[in-house]
Design a protein around this ligand. Sequence first.
Ligand code: GLU
Length: 317
Amino acid sequence: MREEPVVGRFAPSPSGRMHLGNAFSALLAWLSVRSAGGRMILRLEDLDTARCKRAYCDQIEEDYRWLGLDWDEGGSAGGPQYYQSNRGAYYRAALDHLDSQGLLYPCFCTRSELHAASAPHLSDGTTRYAGTCRNLTAPEAAEKARLRKPALRVRVPEEEVAFCDGVMGVYREGLAEQCGDFILRRSDGIYAYQLAVVVDDGLMGVNQVVRGRDLLSSTPRQIWLQEKLGLPHPAYYHVPLLYGGDGHRLSKRQRDVDLGALRGAGVPPEAVVGQLACWAGLLEKPEPVTARELISLFSWDKVGREDILVPETVIGR
Ligand code: GLU
């Protein structure tokens, strides 16, 4: 039987300049697709219109190109552009499908109510919903709707979802006790990441997801939604995160290790790619190399599970 071709994706949120951690996951996502002769899609996850800017989208594309990473579909590659902010009709249709299964309910809780009633924080920074609005009657909901626009939540079952991650191994989570009913559309009408990512991966035929391990704990929710929406499950590879010397995960706010700062300091792309490849376990030493030269060296077996501490002196800064 012929195996289906690999379809991967870059799915950046254009809320700032790419940092080394983003570049690390992007390089591995690209190598995994290119070493399998697959197709790469660029999808811009700009649902949070207050934080995302078009200028960042262009910058991200430019940074990928500078790193030597290309893609076949999306953004400026020609054909469909895949900005999530333009894809509301698909998310709406998915919500209708879930609603027809009786899985959705409106939630009128305010931020402070949620905070007061919340269970301890989950590893991804979200809280488990206590279920306050789960069993409102229709008249109760109608009464509340006069005062406040609701968010939409999905009713999760007492079910454990387990999957085998290509890097991190078996991961399991009890949906009800660990995450609880989660939001699919915010009260301001913005669709939630968990919904959009599942719908888009499904519609775009993505069968391989490579991303930071901060999203490992979102995956059981996504796998469960795929089942409810009749969508196939991609293979998942959650890669280690990069940490700065002060013990904080690299973020878009830590400007000193973003690609703009490195490029501004005259660091060539081969030096960045060589350092990322060394951290990934693909090179013994951080020697300058192009992304394309790494294709033949790439194997998931070489990629470790441990997070990476980025030294202050990284790449000659
Ligand atoms: N847009 C998300 C981010 O930039 C990634 C989502 C995903 O890969 O599923 O963190």
